[in-house]
Design a protein around this ligand. Structure first.
Ligand code: 4AD
Ligand code: MG
Length: 460
């Protein structure tokens, strides 16, 4: 209801209303008091005035703690000279569930670190209320963007037998008793005795399965949880995170980058238009460059640079880096941020990486040294998107898989796509949490995912 009160105030003025919600602040003097209530419908609170002469249980209400669940009956009245445009005069307040005085979210500001230890309560704070509403809106915007363009939403499996990135960062899924597992003659664990008669893992990416659907529907996207047992204890890595992965057929790397740029701008515009209060809060209290940054991105074209050009730029600044840059090595976060924050000062696509630092499925370039890959780097976060044009030529794909020592039998169905009507195709993965960090200015991935799972921590 509170959102409607703010958006369509006139319809409610001087009318009887009922608000059910939680007490955010409460103060009282002898004969009257104020409650700020939040009903979950909106970022802002509603101020309630309660007076001894109108409220039968005045003493009980005045004693309530922050966090209590109450139902308030009363009238909405204008308050032209006050901070807030209106307030509610209570005629009756029912206590649904009182909160006890040990409630940890008292009025003082708490650090994000502390709030992570009470992840079950933190959505009741302003910051996390704003973060998780933006997360919800951004997810909706992603569906809206792709559906408006005729993309088919594909649900790819969570339990899988193939390593989509070939990087060996998978969580094993098994029903075997690993203290006493069945073994082959050579002593290795015999996973054929497991539930699925084979070794299975949690997916690191829905891409490979997404490609199969792209060869039927042309344009598809996945959007779901992915899992990586990456031993990276950083502010940008989680073991469980959400990824958006479109795949487009009859398309190359250029088309892929165009799609990525359009999508990101669309999501940002959607949040700016549909959550102005939350966005203003981020700009005022979390990161005062949010508006500048986001307006800059929606109104400008992203930059493009090849990996080789980027390395030429970066080696000149090698004295600034912990890890010096060298052609052939992967770019570290410090290099990515230098490129996008110091050199281009906007989002930049880095393309055509050396084949040896990228996944097996990326399309070989004519130079035989680089692949048709692209990473999108953004100021403040670094890599937010990773994508590529896929190798559609069976012979080259097989050659690459052999070189990289992949077990070809696991990928027979993936190779089939190259036999039965293979076409140019491309796609990318957007790290959804990183996108939320970018939009909100939040600097730790643990603060944009409801119950974070990161190295050494999954408290809930
Ligand atoms: O660059 P990545 O590994 O690419 C893929 O998985 C491809 N299969 C995508 C595709 O082409 N369909 O991951 C894509 C994005 C990264 O750019 C990053 O934003 C995010 O996923 N990401 C993570 N986010 C949080 N925690 C982690 N551990 C992440 N690993 C990747
Ligand atoms: Mg990547």
């Amino acid at each position: 209801l509170i959102k409607s009160l703010y958006r369509e105030t006139k319809d409610f003025l001087d009318k009887e209303i009922v608000v059910a919600g939680w007490v955010r602040t409460i103060r009282d003097s002898k004969t009257f008091g104020f409650i700020e209530i939040n009903d979950g419908s909106f970022f802002k609170n509603l101020q309630i005035v309660f007076e001894e002469q109108n409220i039968s249980n005045f003493k009980e209400i005045a004693k309530l703690s922050v966090g209590s669940a109450i139902i308030v009956h009363g009238n909405l009245v204008e308050t032209p000279n006050a901070k807030q445009p209106f307030e509610m005069k209570a005629t009756k307040i029912e206590i649904e569930g009182a909160s006890n005085s040990e409630y940890p979210l008292q009025k003082k500001r708490h650090s994000f670190e502390y709030l992570r230890t009470i992840a079950h309560l933190r959505p009741r704070t302003n910051t996390f209320s704003a973060v998780f509403r933006i997360r919800s809106l951004a997810a909706f915007a992603i569906h809206k963007f792709f559906q408006e363009r005729g993309f088919v939403y594909v649900h790819t499996p969570i339990i899988t037998g193939s390593d989509a990135e070939g990087a060996g960062q998978m969580f094993r899924v098994t029903t075997l008793d690993m203290n006493n597992p069945p073994r082959n003659e050579d002593g290795k664990v015999d996973f054929t005795k497991d539930f699925f008669d084979r070794e299975t893992n949690l997916t690191v990416s829905g891409q490979l399965e997404g490609e199969t659907y792209s060869m039927a529907f042309r344009n598809i996207y996945t959007f779901g949880p992915t899992f990586r047992a990456e031993n990276s204890n950083t502010a940008r890595h989680a073991a469980e995170f959400w990824m958006v992965e479109p795949e487009i057929a009859f398309a190359d790397l250029r088309d892929d980058m165009e799609l990525a740029e359009d999508m990101l701008k669309y999501i940002i515009n959607y949040c700016l238009e549909n959550a102005p209060e939350e966005m203003e809060f981020f700009n005022n209290f979390v990161d005062n460059t949010v508006f500048e940054r986001l307006n800059n991105i929606v109104n400008s074209e992203f930059a493009h640079v090849t990996y080789t050009e980027a390395v030429d730029i970066l080696v000149k600044a090698n004295d600034k880096f912990e890890y010096p840059v060298k052609w052939g090595n992967d770019l570290q976060t410090e290099h990515e941020r230098y490129l996008t924050e110091q050199i281009f000062k906007k989002p930049v696509f880095v393309t055509d990486y050396p084949k040896d630092i990228k996944a097996f499925y990326m399309r070989m370039n004519d130079d035989n040294k680089t692949v048709a890959a692209m990473d999108l780097l953004v100021p403040g976060v670094g890599e937010i998107i990773g994508g590529s044009q896929r190798e559609e030529r069976l012979d080259l794909l097989e050659k690459r898989m052999k070189e990289m020592g992949l077990n070809m039998e696991d990928y027979w169905w993936y190779m089939d796509l190259r036999k039965y009507g293979s076409t140019r195709h491309a796609g990318f993965g957007l790290g959804f949490e990183r996108a939320i960090m970018y939009i909100t200015g939040m600097t730790n991935i643990r603060d944009v995912i409801s119950f974070p799972r990161t190295v050494h921590t999954a408290e809930f």
